[in-house]
Write a protein that binds this ligand. Structure first.
Ligand SMILES: Nc1ncnc2c1ncn2[C@@H]1O[C@H](COP(=O)(O)OP(=O)(O)OP(=O)(O)O)[C@@H](O)[C@H]1O
Length: 370
C-alpha cells in the first residue's frame, strides 16, 4: 500500500463551478481517511480527482514518489493502480462472480491460472470463498457489494477509494460490513479514502476525518481531535450538530445578542482576550435542561422536537429565535414543554476567523494508525 500526497489541488468544472480550491493533504501509508462535508462540498470531486477521472486545473498528486497529476500531465485512471468501489455495485450481470472479480486481471493479461488463484484468495478475504461460479443475480445486496470490493482489491491496488460504498445497504448489513471493512483494511494495512455523507460512519471508521466545505479543506484530524478542538464553528455544527450563538466574550463570560450570559468565562475555551466578538459553539451534550425559572439557567424556551435515542434523546429547544440542540439522557421532554437551558461548556471562535471556516488553527498533520 501507498501514501497519497495532494498539493494545492484545484479544479474548476467547464461551466466555471469551483469543485476544489487549493486542497493540501497527505494520506499516510495504511491510513484510513474519511472525506465528509455538506452536499456539494467537493467530496466526490476530490475522490474522482485522486482516481484520475477528473483532471485538476492546478495540482500535484503523488502516489508514493509517482507523480500522477502535475505540470507534465496526468496518468490515466487505469494506470494509477487504485481500487474503487461505488455506491451502486457495478457488477456485470452476464459474468459469473469469479469473472467479475477477475476482470482487472484480464485487463492486465494475467495468466489464467494465476488469475484463478488470486480471485479465490480475494473472494476468501471478503467472506465469499467458493462463490466463483455464482451468478450475480443470485446474490444479496451485501454480497454484491463484497464482490465489488473483491474486484477493487484483486489487482493489489496501491490504495482503495470508496465512494459512498456502504450507503445503499440497509442498516444492519451496513453496520456489519463497516466492521468487516475496517478489520480487513487494518489487517492488510490498506490505504483507504472513504467518501461518505454519514458523519457517524466517518467518525467510527477513520483514522483521520477530512472535512470539506465549498471545495476547501476545512479541518483534518482524528475523531478525538475534531471533538475536543473542532477549530471552526462550521466544523462544530457540521460534525457535532453544535448550536452556534453570536455575541461577545467579556470578563463574565459569553454574552449573547440579547445581553444574557450564556456560559461563564471558566466554561469557555478558545480565547484569552479580555473582550472579543465572535461565535460560541455549544455541543448538544454540553446543554442541560433545567426548570424554566431555575436561577442558573441561561434562558428558557419551548421544546420544538424531541426524538428518542438509545443513549440520549435529540431535543431542540426554541430559545430567542434559535434552535438549541440538546442531547438529553434520562426522561425526555415533550414537544411544547417550556424548559430552562444551561450551557456547561462551549468553544469560542473569534469573529475574524469567520463562521464558515476562515483559517482554522492547524492541527498536527499526524498519521494515526490505531
Ligand atoms: N459535472 C459538473 N459540472 C459542473 N459542476 C459540477 C459537476 N459535478 C459537480 N459539480 C459541482 O461541484 C461542486 C462539488 O460537487 P461534488 O459532487 O464533488 O460534491 P459532494 O460533496 O460530493 O456532494 P454530494 O454529497 O451531494 O454528493 C458542487 O458545487 C457541484 O454542483
Amino acid at each position: 500500500m501507498s501514501a497519497i500526497t495532494l498539493t494545492s489541488v484545484g479544479l474548476r468544472y467547464p461551466d466555471g463551478t469551483v469543485g476544489l480550491a487549493g486542497v493540501d493533504l497527505h494520506i499516510g501509508d495504511g491510513e484510513f481517511v474519511a472525506l465528509v462535508g455538506p452536499s456539494g462540498s467537493g467530496k466526490t470531486t476530490l475522490l474522482r480527482t485522486i482516481a484520475g477521472f477528473l483532471t485538476p486545473t492546478t495540482a500535484t498528486i503523488c502516489i508514493d514518489d509517482d507523480i500522477v497529476a502535475g505540470d507534465r500531465g496526468t496518468v490515466p485512471p487505469e494506470k494509477r493502480r487504485l481500487g474503487m468501489v461505488f455506491q451502486q455495485h457495478a457488477i456485470w450481470p452476464h459474468r459469473s462472480v469469479g469473472r467479475n472479480v477477475g476482470y482487472p486481471l484480464e485487463v492486465t493479461r494475467t495468466p489464467r491460472r494465476e488469475r484463478a488463484t488470486r480471485v479465490a484468495a480475494t473472494l476468501d478475504l471478503v467472506g465469499l470463498g467458493g462463490y466463483e461460479n455464482r451468478d450475480p443475480a443470485t446474490l444479496s445486496g451485501g454480497q454484491r457489494q463484497r464482490v465489488a470490493l473483491a474486484r477493487a482489491l484483486v489487482a493489489q491496488p496501491r490504495a482503495l477509494l470508496l465512494d459512498e460504498a456502504l450507503s445503499a445497504l440497509d442498516e444492519p448489513l451496513r453496520d456489519r460490513l463497516r466492521l468487516e471493512l475496517r478489520a480487513l483494511t487494518r489487517a492488510h494495512g490498506l490505504t483507504v479514502v472513504h467518501v461518505t455523507h454519514d458523519r457517524a460512519e466517518a467518525l467510527a471508521l477513520a483514522d483521520r476525518v477530512v472535512v470539506l466545505g465549498d471545495g476547501e479543506l476545512r479541518r483534518v484530524g482524528t475523531p478525538e481531535e475534531l471533538l475536543t478542538t473542532p477549530g471552526t464553528p462550521f466544523v462544530a455544527e457540521f460534525l457535532w450538530s453544535a448550536t452556534l450563538l453570536e455575541g461577545r466574550l467579556d470578563a463574565t463570560g459569553f454574552v449573547d445578542t440579547d445581553g444574557s450570559v450564556v456560559a461563564a468565562r471558566g466554561a469557555i475555551t478558545g480565547s484569552d482576550a479580555a473582550e472579543e466578538a465572535g461565535t460560541l459553539a455549544v455541543l448538544p451534550a454540553d446543554v442541560e435542561l433545567r426548570a424554566p425559572d431555575a436561577p442558573d439557567a441561561w434562558t428558557s424556551g419551548i421544546v420544538t422536537s424531541s426524538l428518542f435515542g438509545r443513549d440520549a434523546s435529540d431535543v431542540v429547544i426554541a430559545c430567542n429565535g434559535i434552535g438549541v440542540r440538546c442531547a438529553v439522557r434520562g426522561p425526555r421532554p415533550r414537544v411544547g414543554d417550556r424548559v430552562g437551558v444551561t450551557v456547561r461548556r462551549a468553544s469560542f471562535h473569534p469573529q475574524h476567523r469567520g463562521v464558515l471556516g476562515g483559517s482554522p488553527a492547524a492541527l498536527p498533520d499526524t498519521v494515526a494508525t490505531g
